[in-house]
Write a protein that binds this ligand. Sequence first.
Ligand code: NZQ
Ligand code: ZN
Length: 381
Amino acid sequence: MNSFTYSYPTKVYFGQGAAEKALSEELSKVGSTVMLAYGGGSIKKNGIHGEIVSLLKKAGKEIVEFYGIMPNPTYAKVQEGAALARERHVDFILAVGGGSVIDCCKVISAQSLLNTDIWDMEFTSHAFPAGGIPMGAVITASGTGAEMNCGAVITHEEKKWKGGIWGTAAAFAVLDPDYTTSVPPMQVLSGAFDTLSHAIETYLGNSDADNVSDDVALAVMRNTVVNMRRLLADINDIQARSNLMWDSAMAENGILKAGRLTDFQVHQIEHQLGAYTDCNHGQGLAVIQPVYCRHILEAAREKFTRFAKVVFDAESAEAGLDELEALIRQCKLPAKMSDLKSTVVITPEVLQKVADTSNLIQTGPRELTRDEIYEILCECL
Ligand code: NZQ
Ligand code: ZN
């Protein structure tokens, strides 16, 4: 194991009725003006908005609504939220949604208390925010694990950049599997694939081989696959959704990363693909992950063999990756670039730009060149 310090800022309320329990315990600790932040309106249709509003009112809070946070949230939306939070003297932010809403709020929180532009601060001055408006997260679509960390993935449209900005971690998170029942099946499975990818990418980090974190990562991967298959049999299987919701949190709460380095090269490539195409994150990963894994297989053959055995009961590294591809097909997740919903036609020229701007990771099985990233992306066409 590498040395590490582990401590966690987010209190998790898991299970049916978790929102009522969490809000009745937590809201007394926060100021009177609460920003209720959400996405494009799914929470109005499924009744979650009404439930949360009545809990906020019961706690005597003044509500400032901030909505329209889009999938792949933009930097402009962050700035809009921060301006509103300042103008209305917001004391607490309650993010209700999937990874996009939570990430947007993490940066709204930090940006609201800064006199400087947070992107410039982090990427030009290499300084990080010391605090932010406190926030909580109510998960309505799981997969990203965004509720369990302070990193936010934001798209800066002018810079054609999608990547991590350091924001505020939620003080508490509500994980009620019932809140996910209205999520469209394809989004449920895309989210689950994202979780699987987080665990794979953590496991592929190039630090020591004999590591308890790897055993936990493999267990999370296996459980994610088992429960994705359960959902294929019955998309409303609430036990499967519960397991996937906790798998999602487990993959991003630092437990799998304790004492080891991580890879996350596929995520870096997918994020830039998102910057150019606005594609769905989990679906972009489903396209790139298997091709990447085959590309670097020889640099991590032993690990891929273990992955094959533990996650898929398959005999060889190659057979494990065959199973991964079969899972993608069974879930009807995109397997090629042309299957992705994109704002532009995905041509080799677009992929060249993605390859030229993706972060290169040095802690994976082996470092890729930009030419290799382009090759991998073109194989996905
Ligand atoms: O906008 P609304 O109306 O809420 O609709 C959303 C959205 O269209 C819908 N949805 C959410 N809950 C629902 C629901 N529809 C019906 N019923 C519900 N209960 O689902 C759609 C997708 O939502 P989104 O939040 O975009 O999905 P996801 O949770 O997959 O988040 C994706 C974002 O998170 C980033 C991704 O890059 C992407 O920007 N990530 C964040 C990470 C982190 N902070 O740790 C890690 C990940 O690797 C990832 O990069
Ligand atoms: Zn992800």
